[in-house]
Design a protein around this ligand. Structure first.
Ligand SMILES: C[S@@+](CC[C@H](N)C(=O)[O-])C[C@H]1O[C@@H](n2cnc3c(N)ncnc32)[C@H](O)[C@@H]1O
Length: 442
């Protein structure tokens, strides 16, 4: 099956031009694609249910979903400003190829697009994305130029307006997804004595319910931290789904079982319109390869001279901190293993968070990649071997973003680390979305 493509892409979207604009990440990507044996999940695109294809007729995969592939495969205009103001004009058909039966999706709280990336590999046409933060939205746009990105607070959006923006009618959308911000529910935050239910971000879960009611998608996938299950808002969401005619089920998925080289547990809820029974094993992964830090980052060129801004961004450390990093045993060493003379004063005083200033271990999955993943004082984020924190590119790869996924570094490393740490790993959603497409939405 071949996708409909226009003959003359805008010059800024051609593969050659993309290469010029992003030479650095291309070099890392090429290096990885040449040398790394990161297998494409066998269940990602099955042989008998064709997914989207590149111009060469090859199925899209996380490895092939690089910027030039996106640009050349999905040739749509990128209207940077449109999403900043609501448009009340009749929508132009933005997705001429979807007559060919791709499932449609809208991604709420889209962030940098981790979840959308996995959806696209699973064959979804992600028509729209809603994201409040302009920096994350810029990242999203750069990597998903065919998706209409709405940079607005979800609370200011109505279902009918959003449907008009993406050219769909009520009840027509196949999949509505969303990862409402989860900081308010996370166990880490609870340990730091923030209240679970008092965080205003938690009300955004109810915003999703409001949009489900007005958009009436065929299926809904929501992701959050496992702590959501204990929150009264989750019970409200579930009873609201039932009252709105959606059957649903939820489970906590372990990312390592999905081929993500990272310990990360997430609650995933699947809801289906019309009280259709949710298949019992809807989230069961099959045929997935266990992956480690070594599988994922060992083959990268040396950081600092790779030509990839995400792999080369310098880090500054005081002499004391550098000495203690150097004294931390390679390949999994911890703060506890460092002689006392190297200990930092703040660590002598407290015993908590033993993972901080720890090294990752080569042959294990990484710890959870968080928004502090570039900073060893925020967790076990030191490189297994080198005397530095993991680079942003390494963090993105551990989150299973494709090797040349672009991030907007213009506002500094913290902003990129936040986008990476907040993302739903593409490889985690991909098998779930593939099964959903093949067995439920087909
Ligand atoms: C957990 S992150 C989503 C990650 C994303 N799904 C991914 O896979 O990359 C939550 C996102 O919601 C956005 N957000 C927070 N409040 C919002 C609001 N009121 N309206 C729209 N987006 C919001 C945040 O900026 C953040 O990017």
């Amino acid at each position: 099956m071949k996708m409909e493509t226009k003959q003359n892409p805008p010059p800024h979207q051609s593969a050659r031009c993309a290469h010029r604009r992003w030479p650095a990440s291309r070099s890392v990507a090429r290096h990885l694609e040449d040398s790394i044996a990161v297998p494409i999940d066998p269940c990602a695109v099955s042989a008998d249910t064709p997914g989207p294809e590149s111009e060469l007729g090859e199925p899209l995969s996380l490895q092939s979903l690089t910027e030039p592939t996106i640009a050349s495969t999905f040739r749509m205009s990128v209207d940077g400003d449109r999403s900043r103001r609501p448009s009340f004009a009749a929508p132009k058909p933005r997705h001429p190829w979807t007559a060919r039966s791709m499932n449609t999706a809208i991604d709420l709280f889209a962030g940098a697009g981790g979840l959308s990336t996995g959806l696209r590999v699973a064959g979804f046409d992600v028509r729209g994305a809603v994201e409040l933060d302009p920096t994350s939205a810029a990242t999203y746009r750069a990597n998903h130029p065919s998706t209409h990105v709405v940079v607005r607070d979800i609370r200011s959006i109505t279902g009918p307006w959003l449907l008009r923006e993406v050219g769909l009618e009520r009840g027509e959308l196949d999949l509505l997804t969303g990862c409402p911000p989860c900081q308010g529910f996370s166990s880490l935050r609870t340990r730091r004595r923030a209240t679970r239910s008092g965080d205003p971000r938690n009300d955004l879960v109810q915003e999703v319910l409001r949009l489900i009611r007005s958009i009436r998608p065929r299926a809904v996938v929501l992701e959050n931290v496992p702590g959501l299950a204990q929150n009264p808002r989750f019970s409200l969401l579930r009873s609201g789904l039932t009252r709105s005619g959606y059957s649903h089920d939820f489970t906590v998925v372990d990312a390592t079982r999905y081929g993500v080289p990272q310990r990360r547990k997430r609650l995933v809820l699947l809801a289906l319109r019309g009280q259709r029974p949710v298949p019992v094993d809807w989230a069961a992964p099959t045929g997935i390869v266990f992956r480690t830090v070594r599988d994922t980052i060992a083959q990268l060129p040396p950081a600092g001279g790779s030509g990839d801004p995400l792999h080369d961004a310098p880090e500054r450390r005081s002499r004391n901190v550098l000495a203690r990093i150097q004294a931390t045993p390679k390949d999994g060493g911890s703060r506890r293993d460092v002689p006392e003379e190297f200990a930092l004063d703040c660590h002598l005083a407290s015993d908590g968070y033993s993972d901080v200033y720890g090294r990752m271990a080569w042959d294990s999955p990484s710890p959870t990649i968080t928004s502090g993943c570039h900073n060893p004082s925020k967790g076990r984020f030191l490189h297994p071997q080198e005397d530095r924190a993991i680079t942003l590119r390494e963090a993105a790869l551990l989150q299973t973003f494709p090797p040349s996924y672009q991030f907007d570094l213009s506002r500094g490393k913290e902003h990129v680390a936040r986008q990476i740490g907040n993302a739903f790993p593409p490889r985690l959603i991909e098998p779930i979305a593939t099964r959903l497409a093949q067995e439920v939405l087909s």
